[in-house]
Ligand binder design. Structure first.
Ligand code: NAP
Length: 282
């Protein structure tokens, strides 16, 4: 067992973020501005509907307006692009979130790209991704931002550390790798074709699991004293890390639930408030 294990408490980090945001929302109210996040849900996937509802409710609890657009499964790419265009042009909407995945017949990438950069609070456009990669101001996707926020809240040093990211998806593995690189970590990105995964993870000071496979990361893979961030969220509230097996080896670890998830939602709220403040400055 590591001498002392820090449980990286995402609920507490998210609570602090929301209380800071509360003040900013009140300041905006004095200017007559209510931040507004538009969510677009296409089709009737129950999990997506739940995510959208959770995000909308989180907005409303903080005084952020939630404009919920629900479209039928048969919506065409053109119709979706038109809806996004209207939200881009609506001065009362500050952020746009297109819940994914969208039905297969829709060109998801084209739909993402239609979102105006200043309203891309979910960090899905290639331009936003490029700016994140270049360490320029942008809204990075919320989960990678949440991972960095947790590391910063607990003052985990990144410079010179070896970070191993398992997963390379455009919304998670890839951007978080670049963000860690921008913070001077030495980053190794692993994926489904990686050979000798366990021995690579064994060299990591920081492990980010973004695989989508329940309890994938084994305790025996973890170097003594490593920091483990589990972005996984699988059915039954199970992460991508075998938490109990990793506990004896880590110096710090995020639980599931109560780790990265709550901070991801708080990050979406923060990006929306920031977008509303930018509107004020325009
Ligand atoms: P994804 O798009 O399915 O990507 C999974 C990644 O894992 C891919 O890059 C894949 O490699 C890699 N992978 C799959 N099997 C592997 C293996 N055996 N060895 C090494 N790498 C492997 O998933 P995602 O959207 O990034 O999500 C990852 C996890 O995070 C999921 O559990 C998801 O539920 C969770 N998530 C959580 C939040 C949150 O708010 N907490 C937000 C988003 C996602 P290839 O590229 O080679 O296929």
């Amino acid at each position: 067992m590591s001498e002392q294990v820090t449980i990286l408490d995402g609920v507490a980090v998210a609570r602090n973020m929301r209380s800071e945001l509360q003040t900013r929302v009140e300041e905006l109210a004095k200017q007559g501005i209510t931040p507004c996040l538009a969510t677009i849900l296409v089709g009737d996937d129950p999990a997506s509907a739940t995510y959208v509802r959770m995000k909308g409710n989180a907005c409303e609890r903080l005084g952020i307006r939630s404009k919920r657009v629900t479209l039928p499964s048969a919506t065409t790419t053109e119709e979706l692009l038109r809806v996004i265009g209207e939200l881009n042009d609506d001065p009362l909407v500050h952020g746009i979130l297109l819940q994914h995945p969208v039905p297969e017949h829709i060109d998801e990438r084209e739909a993402f790209e239609r979102i105006k950069l200043g309203k891309d609070v979910d960090g899905v456009t290639t331009l936003g991704f490029g700016r994140t990669a270049f360490d320029l101001p942008s809204y990075a996707p919320c989960t990678p931002q949440a991972i960095l926020s947790i590391l910063d809240a607990y003052e985990v040093p990144l410079e010179g550390k070896h970070a191993v990211v398992i997963g390379r998806s455009p919304i998670l593995g890839k951007p978080v790798s670049l963000m860690l690189l921008n913070r001077n970590a030495t980053v190794t990105i692993c994926h489904s074709k990686t050979q000798h995964l366990a021995s690579i993870v064994k060299t990591a000071d920081i492990v980010v699991a973004a695989v989508g496979k329940p309890r994938f990361v084994q305790g025996s893979w973890i170097k003594q004293g490593a920091v483990v961030l589990d972005a996984g969220y699988n059915p039954g509230n199970v992460g991508d890390v075998d938490y109990e097996a990793c506990l004896p080896h880590v110096s710090a670890i995020t639980p599931v639930p109560g780790g990265i998830g709550p901070v991801t939602i708080a990050t979406l709220l923060r990006n929306t408030v920031h977008a509303a403040e930018s509107e004020l400055n325009r």
